[in-house]
Write a protein that binds this ligand. Structure first.
Ligand SMILES: Cc1ncc(COP(=O)(O)O)c(C=O)c1O
Ligand SMILES: [Zn+2]
Length: 408
């Protein structure tokens, strides 16, 4: 436990030992991992990190696992930070970068959080893991559990995309398709978590699991030659990723890896599931739950656990939260693919569509060094493109037909 002090309630500040618990017994606030930053500052350096593994584990001192822990590691992280000059030009941004997190072991950023969660769960002595998921977490938990030799119970809404269901089932977990939306699946999981002593990555292991998302910020700063961006655009489902990106940049400053700089953090939601964007636009801090209806199923959380904190992070940094409707999501998927050769799922479509709107509205300035987070792969949500893209010509196998089709 060298660098972890314990858990602390985000609301009342009460402290708890390192155990598989996630809510404060006194005020029901969420618990968060507390680190000994002085001790960490004394051991981390740019050189040490650079010589570490090309994975999230190069930042092990800032993750909530013991130094000697047996890691559950499929090689997550250290994904490319792409300088997106073509897309930047199309949108009117001079310094646009994309963090291509589609290139993780199960093709989404969730591999970061799951590698940390299962490593910690193993340390606690669990041999059964579980989760409620909108799809990508399911993929990742199933794959990491297979590698770790742990049994897994994975709960998903029954109407998820085929590309999420099959790519989870293939790893052999106890995959449970529930007739209901994510919020209903999550409620069921909270109940099951009370009955069985399992490691529910987004319930009793949540404080540890969520920390894995910080690594996407650590890498961003390292890949920008050790500086934080001016502005970032982050998709919001539960709001955890956005919250932890802020924490990640702050921690790097705290332990002396980068200079202090304020990074504006903006959020992206689908119009059909926008509880945090709605609160942002109304200027209130109460998130009213909604019933999701959007093609961005991975972001379809109507009652986001960290929505309040995500909203706070956006407001504190001077960012904004905007939405994209289904047509805009598909257009943005195409815009990204055609300009940068990156094929993202619907969540990335939401992010790129919102990035475009934030530039158009002047919220992101042309000179700002901007990073947009592309968090999942397009092959998992092919349904979104059905009938929207296809062959330019369908011909018989002869030269004449080809020449005629293209006027050559
Ligand atoms: C591809 C993708 N991007 C972003 C998110 C949002 O993550 P969070 O729940 O941490 O807000 C999710 C959540 O499932 C996701 O699958
Ligand atoms: Zn409390």
């Amino acid at each position: 436990m060298a660098y972890i002090k314990g858990l602390r309630c985000r609301e009342c500040g009460r402290e708890y030992p390192i155990e598989p618990v996630h809510v404060c017994e006194f005020c029901f606030g969420p618990l968060e991992v507390v680190y000994d930053y002085e001790a960490i500052a004394a051991v981390v350096s740019r050189e040490k990190i650079t010589s570490g593994p090309p994975t999230i584990w190069r930042y092990a001192e800032l993750l909530p696992c013991s130094p000697g822990a047996e890691r559950v590691d499929l090689g997550s992280g250290f994904t490319p930070l792409v300088k997106a000059d073509n897309l930047g030009k199309a949108l009117g941004l001079k310094r646009l970068y994309l963090k291509n997190d589609t290139l993780n072991p199960t093709y989404s950023f969730k591999d970061r959080v799951v590698s940390v969660a299962l490593t910690r769960a193993k340390e606690f002595g669990f041999n059964i893991v579980a989760c409620a998921s909108t799809g990508n977490l399911a993929n990742s938990v199933a794959a990491h559990a297979a590698k770790a030799g742990m049994a897994a119970y994975v709960f998903i809404p029954a109407d998820l995309e085929k590309g999420k269901v099959l790519t989870t089932a293939v790893y052999g977990p106890n995959l449970v398709a529930v007739d209901g939306n994510y919020d209903e699946v999550n409620r069921l999981c909270a109940e099951i978590a009370g009955e069985y002593p399992w490691a529910f990555v987004n319930v009793n292991i949540r404080p540890y699991y969520a920390e894995g998302s910080k690594t996407i910020a650590f890498e961003t700063a390292e890949q920008l030659d050790w500086r934080a961006p001016d502005h970032v655009v982050v998709p919001i489902a539960s709001g955890s990723l956005l919250t932890k990106i802020k924490k990640g940049f702050n921690e790097m400053i705290k332990v002396g890896l980068i200079e202090a700089r304020s990074t504006k953090i903006s959020g992206a939601q689908a119009l059909g599931c926008a509880p945090v964007a709605t609160a942002f636009e109304a200027g209130v801090d109460i998130i009213k739950p909604v019933k999701p209806k959007t093609i961005a199923k991975s972001l379809a959380i109507g009652n986001p656990a960290d929505g309040y904190y995500a909203l706070k992070a956006v407001n504190e940094t001077g960012g904004a939260i905007t939405t994209a409707d289904d047509d805009e999501i598909v257009e943005a998927i195409k815009l990204l693919a055609e300009n940068e050769g990156i094929f993202t799922e619907t969540a990335g479509g939401v992010t790129v569509a919102v990035l475009k709107k934030l530039v158009e509205s002047g919220k992101i300035k042309p000179d700002e060094l901007t990073v947009a987070y592309i968090t999942g792969l397009g092959l998992k949500t092919l349904e979104a493109l059905e009938g929207k893209v296809g062959p330019k010509a369908t011909i018989s196998a002869n030269l004449d037909d080809f020449q005629q089709a293209f006027g050559l």
